[in-house]
Design a protein around this ligand. Structure first.
Ligand SMILES: N[C@@H](CCC(=O)N[C@@H](CS)C(=O)NCC(=O)O)C(=O)O
Length: 253
């Protein structure tokens, strides 16, 4: 269960504390919340805004999510967060116990959440949409400029970025096949990442995520314009299953 708290409450608490943005259903942050939710590991969540110096100081890094556990150093990379959640969840809950299947699972999550993965390339597409429309589509221009400098934007990369995003979607559908979840009858880490990283690839109605900042709604819409027709039906069904049965709907940020 995810409980939203203020910064001081989170800092004073033990256990799992997540810092995540409240501006958008950022896939990285939503996936982190989803991991602890489906593992039934209680987690507190602090909503961060970009200019919040106190949260920034606690996070010790430049982007979100950040996950704290007891007095351990903060974790800010998806692989660290998955490893922590998996340890707290117990063997076989979030990641397969079998080594080869675990390697495959982590590899697929890397293709979703890692550098040059689905989320990374969808972000490049949202930045690009902004630049070629003078900020009318995609991110608001200042946000696009800020993100472009941080996350490897170059206009000549967009064609390949789009193709890579589509290839990851196809590979995931191939791996899922007809199954309800990637590893059987219960969701694991890969299901959490697929469900949450599909959010920018599918058109969101305002009521699907009421707190999504209106200026950023166009950003997600730009990625969905390019990707939504390439999301296989089986992945959309998995996403629906995850939100309906495990994560809650509408999306709370
Ligand atoms: N470090 C993260 C990646 C997180 C990430 O890309 N966060 C973006 C998602 S919104 C972010 O915080 N962007 C805003 C910023 O960079 O200020 C991971 O490896 O899991």
């Amino acid at each position: 269960m995810i409980t939203y708290v203020d910064l001081e409450t989170a800092k004073a608490a033990k256990g799992v504390r997540i810092v995540a943005t409240n501006a958008v259903p950022s896939p990285w942050g939503e996936a982190a919340k989803a991991l602890f939710a489906i593992a039934n590991v209680p987690a507190l969540c602090v909503r961060s805004t970009r200019g919040d110096a106190a949260v920034r100081e606690w996070m010790q890094t430049h982007n979100v999510p950040v996950v704290f556990h007891d007095a351990e150093p903060p974790r800010s990379v998806w692989s660290q967060i998955v490893a922590l959640a998996s340890r707290l969840a117990g063997p076989g809950v979030l990641l397969p116990v079998d080594l080869e299947r675990r390697v495959e699972t982590i590899g697929l999550i890397h293709e979703i959440a890692g550098e040059d993965g689905l989320g990374w390339n969808a972000r490049l597409m949202m930045i690009h949409a902004s630049f070629i429309s003078d900020g009318k589509r995609g991110f608001p221009l200042p946000v696009a400029q800020y993100l472009a400098a941080k996350y490897g934007y170059a206009p000549e990369l967009i064609e390949a970025a789009t193709a890579k995003a589509i290839a990851v979607l196809a590979a995931l559908a191939g791996r899922l096949g007809q199954a309800a979840y990637f590893h059987g009858d219960r969701p694991g880490a890969l299901d959490a990442y697929v469900a949450t990283f599909l959010t920018p690839a599918t058109h969101l109605a305002p009521e699907d995520c009421p707190n999504l900042a209106p200026a950023l709604r166009t950003a997600f819409a730009a990625a969905a314009d390019e990707l939504s027709t390439h999301v296989p039906a089986s992945l959309l069904a998995l996403r629906r299953r995850m939100f309906e049965h495990h994560l809650g709907w509408p999306i709370e940020i």
